[in-house]
Design a protein around this ligand. Structure first.
Ligand code: PEP
Ligand code: MG
Length: 882
């Protein structure tokens, strides 16, 4: 029994150990949850015949134990067996393979095994120079990565060696120089770490494994992950592979290639590499990189021939492989490669980073090519990303007062006041102006400011700098690396090369598509809504159940909304029509009239204006649903401000300024948003709503074309009692009958209420019995549910969100727990009372994807949002329905 237990125990150990290591060339894919994404992808690459290097992955669970236990003890004989499969000769690389996305895992340690005892064998294989090059790389890489030495000392020694040899860069150092450099590096290791460099290959490997596991678990790495929005802990698997050398005989080098334009998604060979190089040398900036693609080389005006020109067969092989990877892995990937004496080796494939426009194009291409389904394509696009595709660009003929050029880091054009700090950009945003944030370069602390800014301009940095990456992600236009500009800190001005200076607040424009910074504000044109985006939206429309309407007050808004394929108008705020020039004073006279006669006279003047507005809107919206809301705001919002305006109006009305000022003062309310507004106006001053109803019906008669051309939905705001809706509906029905008698054209219309008060939500069952539709005005409903002024909340909302009091600003994304619950109660009661009542939402939340999702799940008939957000809502509605 004892013996049997012993065997079972040993067998159990072995099973456990086997699950700790996976051969990357063995059949079957290792699970990303255990072995990380990089390992899983490498195994798939091998399975599709890509030339990957042999190697094995160590599970995240096992690697986590390396922090306290030597890897050899954790892995036991499995490590020996796995290493034996790679052979004694191979130099090894250890790479990080995070379980989730790459959240800044530790750097790879390369050339493991290039110890003193292996030098001769290595020289016989690669040539002496390359062998020594590999060795000095190992000494530095291992000392920094595994022994905690400071990289600067090595860089300084390299710098001295280059100077002594009169060499421009390390590729020019000969064997003798490299040998001296290795000797110097060994001294530095001892000086820096107090320990000798371990020459034993096995000790190097185990040291690298342990150091990388520890680095991942360190406090600073955890903080970094969290600051990038990643997991604090998360797993890190490790990969051990034979080195693809990139050094030595023939065509040898290393780099990364991309196969689509990161801004547009169009197929294009991009990327950087270096001859006689390894790992990320090409990205380090120590040597001028060789461009991978010929077209890109020509566009950049670079002299050195591209990889595509030097080795067209390798470029072709990369391209062919990328196509297969894209199809089989279902996404566009960048390939990390090494060329070893003319032979291509693939080290990794990572999903390419892309701007929103490219993301749409790639998703649509993949679905059209059959690599993924249409639904998968729809689910890949974060609805908010569309915002950026809908950004204006500069008018082609707009004068451009260019002050400097930089890299076109994030597409779209924007103008705004110059802000030198993230705080200044946020302060501008709080005052309603989105700024152009100008920084030498940006860092994670600037993200909030970048969010608040209309555009970003940096003096330093490349296409993958923080500013570029973050701006693309946010969809904020950005120009980076505009190095001709300088910031004069003492005077707090931006200095252009032509001597002009710009202070904080001066208007600037950036064109993130052209890479230009301009003085002043420039004219923009609306984006085109075609190509892959139009295709994606067509698929979205096939999937979605819920309608998406637009909040549009004017014929111009309505045209924009139709351009974005809105299904109708969900909210026409009629008060906006009264602010126009030539009308506001008529409105004021109506409000401030003392006699019924004056009041009526003013209304009679307003009637044809309203009628004309509606007629124009009907012609644009022909055949589509259109919700017209009766007057909502407290009347004092229309009144004149300041002595001059009051004096003007007094003259027009033939009363003294004092008298008028007294009438205005009489109308003051302590709490206007909770005062005489919305349907309370309709109940107490019914003539106003009657005039509006008349305008709505007369406009139908006026635009009659065999039949009325739209079926208006008349909406009553801020209802809280059933009787309010009944009274106002009574007026509307009466006016409809009058207009029918007068014109001989009986209108078809529906009447509904806005659910904007908690009481209306609770009594929605009653309301539904008297009206045809309910529309949630979630701006007011949020305001009233929280008892939080929508006009004042902005002053402290940031503090509240930062302190975690509110998870998000409830005026931007619906508070599902509170406001959402009220809405669900309302929907349930309304539907129970009258199953045919339609239900919509027309607050700001109608363009917020999470809120749209809620509405879909709650069975709403439609959401309505500002015209520019219609595509976002269409996609969000489709995703929620999938
Ligand atoms: C609302 O309150 O959500 C609404 C749509 O109306 P307004 O924003 O005009 O008050
Ligand atoms: Mg409202």
């Amino acid at each position: 029994a004892e013996a049997r237990r012993g065997t079972a125990f040993t067998r159990g150990r072995r099973v456990l150990a086997e699950t700790m290591i996976r051969d990357l060339h063995a059949p079957g894919a290792p699970s990303p949850a255990s072995f990380g994404r990089k390992a899983a992808t490498l195994a798939r690459l091998h399975a599709m015949g890509a030339p990957t290097m042999p190697g094995f992955a160590i599970s995240a669970e096992a690697a986590a134990r390396f922090a306290d236990e030597p890897p050899a003890r954790v892995l036991g004989g499995e490590l020996d067996a796995a290493l034996a499969r790679l052979g004694d000769e191979a130099l090894l690389a250890v790479r990080a393979s995070p379980v989730e996305r790459a959240w800044g895992g530790p750097h790879a340690v390369l050339d493991i095994g290039a110890g003193a005892g292996r030098l001769d064998a290595l020289a016989a294989r690669l040539g002496l120079r390359a062998a020594l090059d590999a060795r000095r790389r190992l000494i530095q890489g291992y000392a920094v990565g595994a022994m905690g030495a400071d990289a600067d000392a090595f860089e300084a020694a390299l710098h001295d060696a280059l100077k002594d040899a009169g060499a421009a860069d390390e590729a020019e150092l000969d064997a003798a120089a490299l040998e001296r450099l290795c000797a110097r590096f060994l001294e530095i290791v001892e000086d820096e770490t107090g320990a000798p460099f371990p020459e034993d290959p096995r000790a190097q490997l185990e040291g690298a494994l342990q150091a990388m596991a520890r680095a991942w678990a360190s406090v600073s790495a955890r903080l970094l992950r969290v600051s990038r929005g990643g997991p604090e802990r998360g797993g890190l698997a490790l990969i051990v592979q034979s080195m693809a050398m990139g050094l030595g005989e023939g065509l040898s080098g290393a780099g990364r290639a991309g196969f689509r334009d990161p801004n547009t998604g169009a197929p294009r060979l991009t990327g950087r590499m270096l001859w006689q190089a390894q790992g990320d040398d090409a990205l380090s900036g120590a040597r001028a990189p060789v461009l991978v693609g010929r077209e890109e080389r020509i566009a950049a005006g670079a002299a050195a021939p591209s990889l595509e020109e030097t080795a067209p067969q390798i470029a072709d092989a990369l391209r062919a492989l990328a196509e297969r990877v894209e199809h089989e892995l279902g996404d566009a990937h960048d390939l990390e490669f090494t060329i070893e004496n003319g032979a291509l080796r693939i080290l990794s494939a990572e999903p390419m980073r892309r701007a929103p426009r490219a993301a749409v194009r790639i998703a649509v291409d993949l679905a059209q090519g059959g690599a993924i389904g249409r639904r998968a394509a729809l689910l890949r696009i974060e609805p908010r990303m569309l915002n950026e595709l809908l950004h204006p660009t500069l008018a082609p003929d707009a004068p451009r007062d260019v002050i400097a050029r930089g890299l076109p880091a994030s597409p779209g054009a924007a103008s705004g006041p110059l802000a030198f700090s993230a705080e200044a950009a946020e302060a501008f945003a709080a005052r309603g102006a989105r700024a152009i944030l100008v920084r030498v370069e940006t860092s994670p602390e600037d993200i909030r400011g970048m969010h608040a800014a209309a555009g970003v301009l940096t003096l330093r940095g490349g296409m993958t700098s923080h500013a570029a990456v973050v701006a693309r992600g946010l969809g904020v236009p950005a120009v980076v690396g505009a190095s001709e500009l300088s910031i004069d800190r003492a005077r707090r001005v931006l200095r252009a090369p032509d001597g002009r200076v710009f202070a904080e607040g001066d208007m600037l424009t950036v064109d993130g598509g052209a890479g230009q910074a301009m003085a002043g504000a420039a004219a923009t044109v609306q984006p085109e809504f075609s190509g892959p985006l139009a295709q994606l939206m067509a698929w979205a429309d096939e999937e979605r159940r819920m309608k998406v309407r637009a909040n549009a007050d004017t014929a111009q808004d309505a045209r924009v909304a139709l351009g974005f394929a809105a299904d109708g108008i969900g909210l026409c705020r009629t008060e906006h029509m009264f602010f126009e020039r030539g009308r506001i004073n008529v409105m004021r006279r109506m409000i401030l009239a003392q006699s019924d006669e004056d009041h009526r006279a003013a209304l009679e003047r307003l009637l044809p204006m309203q009628r004309a507005d509606f007629a124009e809107l009907y012609r644009v919206m022909r055949g589509r649903p259109m919700t017209i809301r009766l007057l909502d705001p407290p009347l004092h919002e229309f009144l004149p401000h300041g002595e001059e305006e009051i004096a003007d109006l007094a003259r027009e009305m033939g009363v003294s300024a004092e008298e008028l000022a007294r009438r205005i003062a009489d109308m003051q309310e302590f709490n206007p948003m909770l005062g005489k507004r919305g349907c309370r106006l309709g109940v107490t001053l019914p003539d106003i709503y009657r005039m509006q109803a008349r305008a709505i019906f007369e406009a139908l008669a006026e635009t009659w074309d065999g039949d009325q051309i739209v079926d208006p939905e008349i909406m009553i705001p801020l209802v809280s009692a059933r009787r309010e809706a009944q009274l106002i509906r009574g007026h509307i029905d009466e006016v409809a009958a009058e207009v029918a008698r007068e014109t001989g054209r009986a209108p078809r219309y529906r009447v509904g209420v806005m659910v904007e008060t908690p009481r209306a939500a609770l009594r929605a069952g009653d309301l539904a019995r008297d009206v045809d539709f309910l529309s949630f005005g979630t701006n007011d409903l949020t305001q009233m549910t929280y008892g939080l002024s929508r006009d004042d909340a902005g002053r402290f909302m940031r503090d509240y969100v930062n302190a975690g009091v509110f998870p998000e600003d409830p005026f931007h994304t619906l508070d599902l727990e509170g406001v959402g619950e009220l809405m669900l109660i309302a929907v349930e009661r309304a539907r129970a009372a009258d199953g045919s009542v339609s239900i919509g939402l027309c607050g700001e939340h109608g363009g917020d994807p999470a809120s749209v999702r809620f509405c879909e799940l709650a069975g709403f008939d439609y959401v309505s949002c500002s015209p520019f957000r219609v595509p976002v809502a269409r996609l969000a509605a489709a995703q929620a329905a999938i």
